[in-house]
Design a protein around this ligand. Structure first.
Ligand code: PFF
Length: 516
């Protein structure tokens, strides 16, 4: 079977950056930083990107390119090729450890999943990990698309000039921000209003994927990613010149020791994987479309730098404004929807810039959601194709689309409270223990991002670092004929020691097995 390929290194880097830069950077990073100590979070985040995220990213790209398969076959193949019989037992043991950690948090559903993992990993090995990555990607897409839907609605509000509620016209930015925050809370509490945006967002994602790799994702990313950075700079220019903005900049950039806790590290770590699109099959999948003549270290470095710059720029766009208009930095998922309308309100041609900004956010979100759906689609395509000659991209995309839409409805109907889905609320409270957050979206996000992603990333690092081994894998990081001495060796050390030990320590601290 012939597989599609990226046409150039730049195309691969931009498409990977397109998948990495998304709501994670512009919506999630600022509110996570706001809730977890500002500058401290940012510092821990950057360190985690460099020493844990990037090595794992290279490992995932390598697995993809070496095997040129979907994640499930790829993981299985690397395990077989490494010839290690112990690898799957290490994986089962890890899963057992997760079960114990979840039990201490009374999170019974995760306990059951981890116990199922113990048996499945022992029996079938790393291909089951591939399934886990795929399911996590689809679960993340289910709520990612809900946020995407909010963005669609905000574009509509900006275009119709109703982003800032009528009554607020001409009043101080502080008042505008308060009104916007209330309007946002009222909006998410009316699922029928959220539904259409969610539908539009899912439909655009599905349609993009039907176009295939080159025609859809690559071409779109090449044009739209640069535009995204330009628009961010425009918003920053306004935000940092608001009176009182300096405090926000200091909050974002000045770490303080007393804000440093194990929880901050876990949150930063989960955010690194979420933001770099790791542990979710996507980097393996994109790597599998990569030709041998491209240099993986360079590509991963670029993606990491672009993604981190986008997150920091988003922070610079949002925090000065948050402080200038007197909002709380720990306002949670609604942070940008409360703060930004107030910024745009102070701008000449405000509605125009607002529409541009939310359109940019929409682009960032779609390039990412396309990637998330692609993870599932590739798996379904290559599984459904067995024995058939004809491709079945359409069926594969439809299956992924239907699953995510159904799951996404749970988030749509329970963002503000459990009023519409009381049974789900009771079930979530009973099954998720300490992982429970006041609504389905946050609960699922907390479980998927902060626990599943570090787990899948840790397992991948162990597979490549200890079973496949850097000695065999590292030469493939470079393009044919290149000879870089130090960097592949450094990568080997990081993926073997620093990433796995770092992730394990964080798990142990957070679940209370190691006191700080
Ligand atoms: N990295 C994306 C973001 O930061 O918004 C989210 C994401 C997209 C994760 C695609 C995984 C993925 F496959």
């Amino acid at each position: 079977m012939t597989r599609e390929n990226w046409t150039s290194s730049i195309g691969f880097i931009l498409a990977s950056a397109g998948s990495a830069i998304g709501l994670g950077n512009i919506w999630k990073f600022p509110y996570m930083a706001g809730e977890n100590g500002g500058g401290t979070f940012v510092l821990v985040y950057v360190l985690c990107v460099a020493f844990i995220g990037l090595p794992v990213m290279c490992a995932e790209m390598l697995i993809g390119r070496h095997t040129r398969r979907n994640i499930i076959n790829a993981m299985g193949k690397v395990e077989r090729l490494s010839g290690s019989v112990g690898a799957r037992f290490v994986l089962s043991t890890l899963s057992a450890g997760m079960a114990v950690a979840f039990a201490t948090m009374e999170a019974w559903l995760p306990v059951a999943l981890a116990l199922a993992g113990v048996f499945l990993f022992a029996k079938k090995g790393f291909s089951v990990l591939g399934w886990v990555c795929t399911v996590v990607a689809l679960a993340i897409l289910s709520y990612y698309a809900v946020i995407g839907g909010w963005i669609v609605e905000y574009i509509r509000l900006a275009l119709t000039g109703t982003l800032v509620p009528e009554a607020a016209g001409g009043v101080a930015a502080v008042e505008v921000a308060k009104t916007s925050q209330t309007a946002f809370a009222a909006y998410v509490a009316s699922p029928w209003r959220v539904l259409w945006g969610f539908g539009v967002f899912m439909a655009v994602t599905g349609a993009m994927l039907l176009g295939g790799i080159r025609a859809g994702i690559e071409r779109m990313s090449k044009i739209l990613m640069p535009l995204l950075f330009v628009l961010l700079l425009v918003v920053i220019a306004r935000s940092v010149t608001l009176p009182g903005a300096g405090e926000g900049i200091a909050f974002l950039l000045r770490p303080t020791l007393d804000a440093f806790t194990p929880k901050v590290v876990l949150m930063a770590l989960g955010q690194v994987f979420f933001s770099l699109s790791l542990g979710m099959a996507i980097t393996v999948t994109y790597g599998s479309y990569l030709h041998k003549e491209h240099n993986i270290l360079r590509a991963a470095g670029w993606v990491g730098v672009l993604d981190t710059c986008a997150a920091l720029l988003a922070g610079l766009a949002i925090f000065p404004a948050v402080f200038a208009v007197g909002l709380s930095p720990s306002a949670g998922p609604g942070l940008i929807f409360g703060a930004l309308p107030a910024v745009f309100d102070t701008m000449w041609w405000g509605p125009f810039w607002a529409a541009c900004f939310f359109f940019m956010l929409f682009i960032a979100a779609v390039t990412s959601s396309v990637a998330l759906l692609e993870c599932g689609a590739t798996v379904f395509i290559e599984r459904l194709r067995r024995g058939h000659k004809r491709g079945s991209r359409r069926t594969a995309v439809l299956i992924g689309f239907a699953l995510c839409t159904l799951m996404g409805l749970l988030s749509v109907f329970s963002t503000a409270d459990w009023g519409h889905l009381p049974w789900l609320g009771r079930a979530a409270e009973a099954c998720m223990g300490d992982l429970y957050r006041g609504n389905w979206l946050d609960t699922l996000d907390n479980f998927a991002s902060n626990w599943c992603l570090p787990f899948t990333a840790l397992s991948t690092a162990l597979l490549v670092g200890w079973a496949w081994t850097p000695r065999r894998a590292a030469p493939e990081l470079l393009a044919a004929g290149e000879d870089w001495r130090a960097l592949p060796a450094l990568w080997g050390f990081l993926v073997r020691w620093v990433s796995p030990v770092g992730i394990l320590l964080v798990f142990l601290y957070v679940s209370g097995f190691l006191g700080l």
